[in-house]
Ligand binder design. Structure first.
Ligand code: PSU
Ligand code: MN
Length: 281
């Protein structure tokens, strides 16, 4: 079974040299579980599904790689650029290619302050893919993101949890329907498909307990990062990479370790879901 992996995490989400190491770690994790990793990006205007080892290295090292959500894909292709794919773009390409499962770190959502809502939410509502994540990124307005997912009709489940996780932390006060097994998630996905629903399933998989960071600590680093953001005047799609970078610095790298481990954990669950879907598609 194939499992889709994104590349914005590699080009804009994690600092070097962790980014390349993580890309390979994720691919290796999938292979060990008997799945075929398909890391997705646009290279010189061509959509590539299943980058080679050398292509991943080149992508991670190049400075001119664009961060592409769905709406940036046509531009990157027509202008023969190279782009990493966000959750929205990767989900769309996975759906096009018939890859039913995609594992990532955190999804984009509703940012605090003036209107800034990720394309990820819209795409989750219209591409039939199981997307495994550790919750919305910690820099977001979690309550608003939760409500927005409802408004867009995204089917959300919590894997062995009753509340939405918040990326670095395992739980929040936001309730989600609980599922216990990969087979149950596969059944939810198939039920939606049988109803011809446009979307798939968003799976919330909490970070492993040993890597969890307390909400209070995260809050402190996030506030510092937000103050830097306002001072630097960064806007648009540069906001997420900027905040992640600042938080990595303030936390002395702890957010990076947590990020790597939670994505790996999501790949493991994603592979189990993919295997549970075998023969049901
Ligand atoms: N989660 C991370 N690191 C990341 C991202 C998510 O831990 O780099 C990326 C994903 O690719 C996600 C994107 O789709 O950030 C969201 O960006 P924006 O908020 O600009 O839509
Ligand atoms: Mn945005």
């Amino acid at each position: 079974m194939n499992i889709a992996l994104e590349t914005t995490l590699i080009t804009h989400g994690l600092p070097r040299p962790h980014n390349v190491a993580t890309a390979f770690l994720l691919e290796e994790t999938a292979r060990q579980l008997g799945c075929q990793p398909r890391t997705i990006a646009v290279l010189d205007g061509k959509v590539r599904v299943g980058l080679t080892h050398d292509e991943i290295l080149a992508l991670a090292e190049r400075e001119d790689v664009i961060k592409a959500g769905v709406r940036e894909l046509p531009l990157a292709i027509a202008q023969r650029k190279s782009a990493s794919t966000t959750v929205s773009a990767t989900t769309r390409i996975a759906a096009e290619q018939g890859i039913p499962v995609f594992a990532t770190g955190g999804i984009g959502g509703v940012h605090p302050g003036p209107w800034d809502v990720s394309q990820d939410i819209l795409e989750l509502s219209r591409s039939p893919v199981v997307v495994v994540c550790a919750g919305p990124k910690a820099i977001l307005d979690l309550q608003a993101t939760h409500e927005m997912l409802e408004s867009f009709g995204v089917t959300v489940v919590g894997y062995q949890t009753d509340t939405a996780p918040a990326f670095y932390t395992r739980s929040t006060h936001l309730p989600v329907p609980r599922v216990e097994s990969p087979e149950e998630i596969a059944a939810v996905y198939c039920a939606g498909r049988d109803l011809n629903l446009p979307g798939g399933v968003l799976v919330y998989n909490p970070i492993p307990a040993e890597y969890e960071i307390a909400a209070g600590e995260i809050q402190g680093w996030r506030d510092l990062a937000m103050a830097d953001l306002h001072q630097a005047g960064v806007s648009g799609k540069a906001i997420t990479p900027f905040l992640l970078d600042r938080m990595a610095e303030y936390s002395g790298g702890r957010t990076v370790t947590a990020n790597v481990q939670l994505v790996k954990n999501n790949v493991v669950l994603g592979c189990h879901i993919a295997l549970a879907l075998r023969g049901r598609l």
